[in-house]
Write a protein that binds this ligand. Structure first.
Ligand SMILES: *Cc1c(COP(=O)(O)O)cnc(C)c1O
Length: 438
């Protein structure tokens, strides 16, 4: 498609836009289990108003936009309090991936400067988010994979055995994405402290939810700056912070350590240039919306949402465990979990659910379906569980439906040459920016 030679009317553009969006997944109705964190129409209105009002501001220039400086400082400060260290230093970023990239860069550059380590390695539980492997790929850091134990939490003893003189960073998650379990952060952080390196806790999921889960009286495993040895934490505002997308925080125990995150150049004809994080221009709308939602919800609002999320999660887990043949993996600590089956093809169950209008995410190692629970799922527990039961029964009696993705997932799971699977992924990425023949 070429740029239209004459512009269209706003009405025309708007109607084409709405048309295209109308075919998207029904996130508002709780039919998908990742990607969108919807906390209700009132929160949506607050976000849209803040985002639209600050629409033209740019976080690259806090001098021109004192408003954004205020918003970001206050978001960072509120986050520091939530993470158990009111004086923690931090920055807002565009998302969890950028927060993690910054944490890995900081650890790498700190170790290079302070310990003369030039071949850095990080100890990375296999359940940690791919953003770490991506960061390692970008930053030239070697990943040393750490297995998870029977309990689906990082094996701290294995981490200890994997330490080398080049180790610069020990990673744990609170919780991890695949299983929703919190890693043994005190053990991992103690190991990092003992060998004199950084420990990063990825609380992209838990950062803005676990503090309120704890407030509700649940026992929460130690995960934040209250644990000695934790040097940095990532927490996603645009997940359970319910902010508009494009908002996360990366936080540091020590402001001097954070300086290894920064970039500055003195010799550009365009002037002196410095930036704290990876991005240059930054959408002020995302910063303003994050500030707005924190102030709109407050402690009581987040606690109310946390209650809904935890009760909905419990109902879903209980319902799934009660369906013969299905079982929730491990003991998930929060609102994210996977379930698998020893008797039916779980990918075929996924296809049958797709056909009934639900779209659970597929996982591997082991094959499982993945649910991330938000307030949007509060009212669909009954219908979902009923359809899940139907889906399992149909796979048991009729086998996998033709034309589903089960065969492909089952096959890709078993291909020993992961290079082939990588190419399948890259082909898929290629197709994402191709126009479809209409
Ligand atoms: C979502 C997620 C990330 C990455 O965040 P993005 O905002 O998608 O870049 C990192 N870690 C965990 C545990 C996550 O769930």
């Amino acid at each position: 498609m070429k740029l239209p030679s004459t512009g269209k009317s706003q009405d025309q553009v708007s109607s084409e836009l709405r048309d295209a969006l109308s075919g998207d997944a029904d996130w508002r109705g709780g039919k998908i289990w990742s990607l969108v964190y919807f906390a209700g129409e009132d929160v949506a209105a607050v976000l849209k108003d803040a985002y639209a009002t600050a629409f033209f501001t740019n976080g690259l220039g806090p001098g021109a936009f004192k408003s954004l400086k205020k918003f970001e400082s206050e978001v960072v400060s509120m986050t520091a309090h939530l993470l158990g260290l009111p004086l923690a230093a931090g920055n807002m970023t565009s998302g969890g991936t950028e927060s993690i990239l910054m944490a890995v860069k900081t650890a790498r550059d700190w170790a290079r400067a302070e310990k003369a380590i030039t071949e850095p390695e990080m100890l990375l539980p296999v359940s940690a988010h791919p953003a770490f492997e991506k960061s390692a790929h970008y930053l030239g850091v070697k990943v040393v994979p750490i297995p998870v134990g029977e309990d689906l939490r990082a094996d701290a003893a294995a981490a200890r055995k994997a330490v080398t003189p080049n180790t610069v960073l020990v990673v744990g998650s609170a919780p991890n994405y695949p299983f929703g379990t919190i890693d043994p952060i005190p053990e991992l952080a103690a190991l990092a402290a003992e060998i004199g390196v950084a420990c990063h806790v990825d609380a992209c999921l838990g950062g803005y939810l676990l503090p309120f889960v704890e407030r509700l009286g649940y026992t929460v495993r130690p995960w934040n700056f209250r644990v000695p040895g934790v040097s940095s934490i990532s927490a996603d505002l645009h997940k359970y912070g319910f902010a508009a997308r494009g908002a996360s925080a990366v936080m540091y125990r020590d402001a001097a350590y954070r300086r290894y995150q920064y970039f500055a150049t003195t010799d550009w004809p365009g002037g002196l240039y410095g930036s704290p994080t990876m991005t240059g221009s930054r959408p002020g709308g995302a910063i303003a919306a994050a500030w707005a939602v924190l102030n709109y919800l407050g402690e009581d609002g987040y606690t109310r949402l946390a209650r809904v999320i935890m009760e909905t999660t419990q109902a879903l887990k209980d319902g799934i465990n009660a369906i013969p043949g299905l079982r929730v993996l491990g003991e998930p600590d929060m609102s994210v979990f996977a379930f698998a089956s020893d008797s039916v093809d779980i990918y075929a169950v996924g296809d049958a659910l797709d056909a009934l209008g639900w779209h659970p995410d597929r996982q591997q190692l082991p094959p499982s379906l993945h649910l991330m629970v938000t307030p949007a799922h509060k009212d669909i527990v009954g219908p979902f569980l009923a359809d899940l039961q139907t889906a399992v029964a149909s796979v048991q009696s009729e086998g996998p439906a033709a034309g589903g993705s089960a065969a492909m997932y089952g096959m890709l799971d078993k291909v020993p040459d992961r290079g082939i699977v990588r190419n399948v992924i890259m082909d898929y990425i290629d197709r994402m920016t191709k126009e479809e023949a209409s």
